[in-house]
Design a protein around this ligand. Structure first.
Ligand SMILES: Nc1ncnc2c1ncn2[C@@H]1O[C@H](COP(=O)(O)OP(=O)(O)OP(=O)(O)O)[C@@H](O)[C@H]1O
Length: 454
């Protein structure tokens, strides 16, 4: 758990001592309040990453107090501590944006620590997004995982060097974003940035687009047109899907890179252009060289500095941050009030395999916001939204292959809990007895998979 500032509000001495013992060693700053009055004073004086709030206080109702706090700080992350009798109110509060609740006495301290860890992660996500918004006007790479932090540092270093960069990464991992960042952070930032997808056009059209052409050079060449090489003069040129370039165009590109000069199609005049080249590929270029489909000499020309973009499944820690960022983005864009995510919804997003990477997550959140009636986002809201996303390449060719471990576990848990509840005749206490899972835990898990609703 990272260092954080936590406010614990509880009039019960035993609970305060227990939470103090549990958290003191892990966070820099813990404030304890016994009454609503003390909590108000502490909240006014400091900026807390998390509030743990007892529902029944001698001079206040914890839920009302949190509502008051959220008017001042709408993104306040809070967990309610409640007695069994008040669970219904706490569940209603989750719908209003409370992060989660736990019942006293705490049966499972590991679970309590976990939910506190998740709440702090959520708070961090909100803060990082706000900081990003405040500091950046240009393209930005959202992510706080070590691998993304390292990549961001590499981008900063390489951007200034004016060297050719090759970006390798699966589709949807953010190669286009990184190419724009390299340009935006380079000394060429004020000059043009042009991008061409080499996989999207037939050879002759791509040639005309890159080199430009003279009027009448080919059917349809109605007027003399400058190509991307010329237009990118002084700036950066991003060639996406470089591995899809035909052998003929690979040779032409190699000559341009060697000579710094080229001719428009149908012309003899040589023109020169000074651009910084950034290339991207979603399959390793070395493999294309080994397979004979990509020229080795061109490979060495563009394989100067290689930046590798990790797939989203290798940086699960970033899912919360990205999902929250996209939720913010699309609620603003569509003028809707959707959110926040419930902890269960965040967990459900984290265990998806995301074969389409950040692009898939972004589209899923866009669809979610478009279809959502408004208010917090829980697991049932994600159902159609995630499944509606285009399947990965294996599924696309009808060869499903083995499920990812997380997906298999997810399926098992949902099926097990459904069967368990049926075996217990719909009675959760009986299901808890049969399974040996504490009732409260079981209830939360069943809610997560929408097997029970409140
Ligand atoms: N780290 C990130 N932070 C913010 N947005 C991201 C990030 N990664 C990807 N995106 C967003 O996801 C979408 C897909 O990203 P992008 O087009 O850069 O992927 P790509 O790797 O170039 O994919 P392809 O190989 O299919 O061209 C874009 O809308 C982009 O803004």
């Amino acid at each position: 758990m990272q260092s954080a500032k936590i406010l614990v509000v509880d009039d019960d001495h035993f609970t305060r001592t227990l939470l103090d013992g549990l958290l003191r060693g892990r966070c820099l700053d813990l404030r304890l309040a016994e009454t609503g009055g003390q909590a108000r004073a502490a909240f006014a004086a400091e900026d807390f990453n998390l509030v743990l709030m007892d529902q029944r206080l001698p001079d206040a109702n914890g839920l009302d107090l949190l509502r008051e706090f959220r008017k001042i700080r709408p993104r306040l992350t809070a967990i309610m501590i409640t007695g069994h009798a008040d669970v219904k109110d706490a569940m209603a509060a989750v719908r209003e944006g409370l992060f989660d609740y736990r019942t006293k006495p705490f049966e499972d301290l590991d679970d309590l620590e976990r939910v506190i860890g998740k709440a702090l992660e959520m708070d961090r996500a909100y803060r990082e997004i706000d900081a990003l918004k405040a500091s950046l006007a240009g393209p930005s790479l959202i992510g706080a995982s070590p691998v993304v932090m390292r990549l961001a540092e590499q981008i900063r270093q390489v951007a200034k060097l004016d060297t050719t960069v090759l970006l390798e990464g699966e589709s949807g991992t953010g190669k286009d974003v990184v190419a724009r960042m390299l340009h935006a952070e380079s000394r060429r930032a004020k000059a043009p940035y042009l991008d061409v997808n080499c996989g999207a056009l037939p050879e002759s059209l791509l040639e005309g687009l890159l080199f430009g052409y003279e009027k009448g050079a080919f059917t349809g060449a109605a007027k003399t047109t400058a190509g991307t090489f010329e237009k990118a003069h002084g700036g950066s040129l991003f060639l996406d899907e470089i591995a899809d370039m035909s052998p003929k165009l690979q040779s032409s590109l190699l000559r341009v890179l060697q000579d710094g000069a080229f001719s428009r199609v149908g012309a003899t005049e040589r023109r020169s252009s000074d651009f910084r080249l950034i290339c991207a590929t979603n399959r390793p270029l070395a493999a294309a060289v080994a397979a004979g489909s990509f020229r080795e000499d061109l490979f060495y020309r563009i394989n100067v500095v290689v930046l590798r973009l990790p797939p989203l499944r290798d940086r699960v820690g970033d899912v919360v941050l990205l999902a929250t960022h996209f939720l913010d983005h699309f609620t603003a864009k569509f003028g809707k009030k959707v959110g926040p995510f419930s902890p269960a919804a965040l967990r459900a997003l984290e265990i998806q395999p995301w074969p389409g990477n950040v692009r898939q997550l972004k589209h899923a959140i866009e669809r979610l916001v478009a279809l959502h009636p408004g208010g917090p986002v829980d697991v049932p809201h994600l159902d159609g939204v995630i499944e509606a996303v285009a399947p990965g390449p294996a599924a696309a060719v009808g060869a499903p292959g083995p499920l990812g471990y997380q997906q298999a576990r997810h399926d098992f848990e949902r099926d097990y809990l459904r069967g368990l509840l049926a075996a217990a005749g719909g009675n959760i206490s009986e299901a808890a007895r049969l399974s040996g899972i504490p009732r409260q835990n079981l209830y939360v898990r069943m809610k997560r998979w929408a097997i029970v609703t409140d």
